[in-house]
Design a protein. Sequence first.
Length: 613
Amino acid sequence: MSDDIKRALDERVLPFIETPAQYIGGEPNTIVKNRKDLAVTFALAFPDAYTVGISHLGLQILYTILNARDDVAAERVYAPMPDMTARLRAERVPLYSLETFTPLREFDVVGFSLQYEMCYTNVLLMLDLAGIPLLCERRTQEDPLIVAGGPCAFNPEPMSGFVDVFIIGDGEHAVGALVDEIKTARAKKMSRRDTLVHLAKKVPGAYVPSLYGVTFSKDRTVEAVKPAKGIPPRVKAALVEDLDSVALPCRPIVPLVEAVHDRISLEVIRGCTQGCRYCQAGMIKRPFRARDPLKLVDAAHECYRSTGFSEVSLGALSISDYPHLYPLLKGLSAYFDPLRVNISLPSLRVNKELKSLPSVLHSVRKSGLTLAPEAATEALRARINKNITDEDLFRGVREAFQEGWDTVKLYFMIGLPGETDDDVQAIAKVARKVSMLRKEIGKSPAKVNISAAPFVPKPHTPFQWEAMASMDVLRMRQARLRSDVSGTSIRLKAHRVDRSFLEGVFARGDRTLGIAIFEAYRRGCTFDAWQEHFSYDAWQKVLDDCHIDGAFYANRERPEYEVLPWDHIDCGVTREFLLAERHRAQNAEPTLDCRDTKCHGCGHQKTCEKMKK
């Protein structure tokens, strides 16, 4: 079958599409195994374009872990762009893996990485092109198990009709357990349903939606989520306590075409203790865990030798929080400076230490510095628990200009709970001040790029109960901000409000939304994360025809007593802690970094104490 697919691609498909190199596989560092010698075949599926998915570190990690086993082959597949999709349909070529050109439907497991709500219809696209039934209930013993993980899995309900098993939390150990238990189920010749029951009981973080019944109240809110007999009422997220216990991908796949990020990516820390109240990653990735700096340096060396990339990116929610940052930078610079390899820190935190960072980053290209104040007034920062000051920001930027930087990118959010017109106006004031700081060293004002993203309330955060600002309000504030920076050296990038609204709908949605996802895909909505393919009008028509009020999910404040669609998913942070943080936000009370003060009792205290020992 794979030979037939390759022949069809060469003769009837690839000559007629753009950038065919993204569909041919064979990249440096790919791993190809003899499928006859394997117990489990696993397709790692990324529901976005190759140019995006090839840069995703999580997929590279799982690819490394699974292929390190003698009994498993992990292969990759990405969502084909519309021209490739049309050609595959026309020539009746099924969606295939890049390593061996095996049809996706012939794998034992197809595992999707759900990073962004607006990629949901791409999951259906890939299943459809593969000839796999879209709905779980229509799959048979002969079909692959459809698995999904990633941040969107922390509210799995909108996609619950399409995914057999969600893996909630850290996947490094859970994916191995998943493979082992699939082998056990096969040895015992379990039916598909019995296999799902077995996985729900045995695999850390495994959530099988078909084993949970959901009832709704007359007001359309969730009344209850009840598991089948013997199934746990809440699913606890899988957790890797020691990051050094899992391998870094030291031989990452090198793309054949230009990708979003052509660089070595190293996850330095996982988790965060700052407690920003809007930030889902800061809650679901707890507790704080750091890698050994010597192992990171060794991994960077090996990655460079196996790829030749000219940039090393240190990944973290905030690289400034890494306790061994300066020794790490020193070790990396000693090796990479002579090779003219850049060290990139994409997630610097605005704090007192920011001032001293620019002078030690000799190998960083001086084109731009990226910082995320998120809010422009200290009053609003207190509400969202962004414990920074303007002086910290200005001090660090001033030092950066002295060290040769000439451009600053600032991330802000609009529509935050408690935001006023003065808060929006202050964004332009802060940006202008940052721009003019460069004049203090005798140079022209700096270029300042502002990103102003609408706030989207996310599950498992203190703001999960808050209403998202309406599209009219968000558009009005974008227009105000655009007017305030007009005619200056400040450039504004404003996110699409209608797409953010839909993100809010699906972020806090329930199982009811599955019918809308299905219908939107049926009507041609795919690649909704891409500006040129997204149609809000098409989505609004789908919601109307499915009798779904998007505002009910996005723009409604949730009462604290309401059963939330994701309440049966245990991310490790307690509901009591999130409620306490919500109340502190309403009173503009800060919560200090728990590494610098007493434990705040978020729910991970036992794990934190264990790791300290």
